[in-house]
Design a protein around this ligand. Sequence first.
Ligand SMILES: O=c1ccn([C@@H]2O[C@H](COP(=O)(O)OP(=O)(O)O)[C@@H](O)[C@H]2O)c(=O)[nH]1
Ligand SMILES: O=C(O)[C@@H](COP(=O)(O)O)O[C@H]1O[C@H](CO)[C@@H](O)[C@H](O)[C@H]1O
Length: 338
Amino acid sequence: MRSPIVVDSEAMRPDARAWFHGRTTSARALDAIDVDELIAAKRRSGSRVSVVLPARDEEATVGLLVADIAERWMRRVHLVDELVVVDSDSTDATAEVARAAGADVVATADVLPAHGSRPGKGEALWKSLAVTTGDLVVFLDSDLKGDVSHYVPGLLGPLLTDPHVQYVKGCYTRPLEIDGVSVPSGGGRVTELAARPLLNALWPELAGFVQPLGGEYAGRRTVLEQVPFAGAYGVEIGLLVDLLDLVGLGGLAQVDLGVRRHTSQSQEALGAMAGQVVSTVLARASRAEPSLAAGGLLTQFRHDGGRFVPRSTAVALDERPPMATVPEYQARAAILAG
Ligand SMILES: O=c1ccn([C@@H]2O[C@H](COP(=O)(O)OP(=O)(O)O)[C@@H](O)[C@H]2O)c(=O)[nH]1
Ligand SMILES: O=C(O)[C@@H](COP(=O)(O)O)O[C@H]1O[C@H](CO)[C@@H](O)[C@H](O)[C@H]1O
């Protein structure tokens, strides 16, 4: 198989490259985080922190996540002021399990009822702003597996220590677990096959985001309340593009959280997710100003054990004209027609 043409591991557009190197920090484990510093910074800022978990049918995983956050970051150390699970039309015991583990639980349908209730993750996250009070809001998926106790302080770090940062996305390596079988890479299928190519083509300044669709992120309420929340699974890419427009690349950051394991969906389900991501992008594409300077590049990322390493390949359009317009073809056709 012909390997892609690697242009240069640092071929990103200069602003994306500078952002990647300047705004990517690491919090891959709890011992890499100075929690005392975060507590002191939170106290100095007087900020309240809300953690939101959108959950649809997550009874198997939401309890452990809630219990860990409640114990570690509310009782043992006061980093988090409120922990809310937004029950997104679950048909299982998600709400009961989350409440028993220590979360406040609200049903999407019960929030802003005058505005109706739409299905999907984006709806749950939009409504979460109406039932939380934090100046800083942390969003975590409810299907996370393994030790993610460092995710909350990791995401809060840039927001609590740098007033210029308005929104932080987690990044991580992503094993893929299908039918109980886990392989070390391959997760983030919609990211790799749909979102990343679209973002690189339309908003190359965002090419430095390792996990643009990742479900773990945090932001200041003052910016989150200013942008639309795309429905269903378009919410992440919509927020990223809209917050770029609102606060600029300088207001965005990402933090390496190590590894992310979650309950993976089927390819069929991810097809629908990709469709929602594409719809959300197309609704914003007219605002895009793709730079010719980095046109035709796709930047992907590998992890070398210490950090993410960018790797760009040429994907510029390379097409031939209709054969019927080629003189040699025309001459040959004339001969064949005899
Ligand atoms: O209609 C929905 C769909 C998903 N989710 C939640 O959003 C997160 C991410 O969804 P999912 O795990 O389905 O996406 P994946 O991580 O597989 O891409 C999870 O906490 C889901 O419970 C939700 O609140 N409402
Ligand atoms: O990153 C991705 O490609 C998708 C699917 O991940 P997997 O292929 O199931 O590991 O997962 C993310 O995308 C969704 C849409 O933005 C987010 O809502 C999820 O939180 C996130 O896991």
